[in-house]
Design a protein around this ligand. Structure first.
Ligand SMILES: NC(=O)c1ccc[n+]([C@@H]2O[C@H](COP(=O)([O-])OP(=O)(O)OC[C@H]3O[C@@H](n4cnc5c(N)ncnc54)[C@H](OP(=O)(O)O)[C@@H]3O)[C@@H](O)[C@H]2O)c1
Length: 281
């Protein structure tokens, strides 16, 4: 049994969560098995796409805190700030670090994506998003395909892609109200997300498609439930931790899988405060 697995099972025990003490039980989790974790991989260089986004900022901030190097791509570098969830009193200050390289570019432009891979990248996190009216109907799929092509050219294997509860075969894990949105105002977004997921699953890369429940901007809870049932909510800070594990841990148990994750309950849907976190009304 690896050190990491011991740590995970101990954490589950502390949280009062029942697990059988075998690796298999963890790798094929029951509903609501906690995945609190410690990172074991050596310091890495991680590429983060959608770098100014709320989840991406958490990934970048936490990676830098862990001693990793980060190369981020965003169309708007000036929007990259210390995240509210993990940032504490420093939240909203510009995120600047000698281990952080920010590239201004559009993920739908292969030449911009290639600039990221001029660096020696160990793992990739894709946390792209936005309304299709702002980002277009196919940005997620086109952008992710550009990223995966560049990865293959450079021999980079590990990728974590943040999609959503409700994507692909997780439709029935979305709460009823969210399902209605998926079929109406979010229909185009979900078409793009489903195509993005399919491309990732067919890529041959070591992927983890991360499907979070409702995203919040709260502090990290440290509890990440991989759920088979209906999704609850999860701070972006916890999603970021899961994504970092996915790209840094050589033995990450959800490689080649599409885990749905939430921290808060299995049925509740906490009001999303992300607009306020972006300074929008
Ligand atoms: N809100 C929820 O409750 C919820 C629940 C489950 C899953 N999700 C999904 O989780 C993901 C992350 O959500 P989030 O709210 O943290 O993200 P977000 O704040 O909306 O950030 C997404 C980022 O994508 C970047 N982006 C868009 N088009 C781009 C392009 N052409 N090139 C480069 N970057 C581009 C944007 O950066 P620039 O505009 O600066 O380039 C933006 O900062 C999204 O896919 C979202 O759909 C959300």
């Amino acid at each position: 049994m690896t050190m990491k697995l011991v740590a995970l099972l101990s954490a589950a025990a502390i949280l009062g969560i029942s697990t059988t003490t075998t690796a298999t039980a963890f790798i094929t989790p029951k509903p609501s098995v906690a995945v609190t974790s410690t990172t074991t991989a050596l310091d890495a260089t991680i590429a983060v796409f959608g770098a100014s986004g709320l989840t991406a900022q958490e990934c970048i901030y936490q990676a830098l805190k862990d001693g990793d190097k980060v190369v981020g791509l965003t169309r708007n570098p000036s929007k990259l700030v210390i995240p509210k969830g993990s940032g504490g009193v420093d939240a909203d200050k510009p995120l600047v670090d000698s281990n952080l390289t920010v590239i201004a570019g559009d993920v739908t432009n292969p030449a911009d994506v290639a600039k990221v891979f001029e660096n020696d990248i160990d793992g990739v996190i894709v946390a792209l998003g936005g309304k299709t009216s702002d980002v277009g109907d196919t940005m997620l799929t086109v952008g992710t395909n550009n990223i995966m092509s560049a990865m293959k050219q450079k021999g980079v294997k590990r990728i974590a892609v943040v999609t959503s509860i409700g994507a692909g075969n997780s439709k029935d894990q979305a709460p009823f109200a969210f399902k209605i949105l998926m079929m109406t105002v979010m229909k185009k977004i979900f078409t793009d997300k489903n195509n993005q997921e399919k491309a990732v699953q067919e890529s041959g890369l070591e992927y983890c498609i991360v499907r979070p429940g409702g995203l919040t901007v709260e502090k990290p809870t440290g509890v990440i439930n991989v759920i088979d049932g209906e999704a609850g909510s999860i701070p972006r800070a916890d999603v970021a931790q899961f994504c970092l594990e996915a790209v840094k841990d050589v033995n990450f148990p959800y490689v080649g899988q599409t885990p749905c994750i939430s921290s808060v309950g299995g049925t509740s849907w906490v009001k999303d405060r992300s607009k306020a976190a972006r300074g929008e009304q």
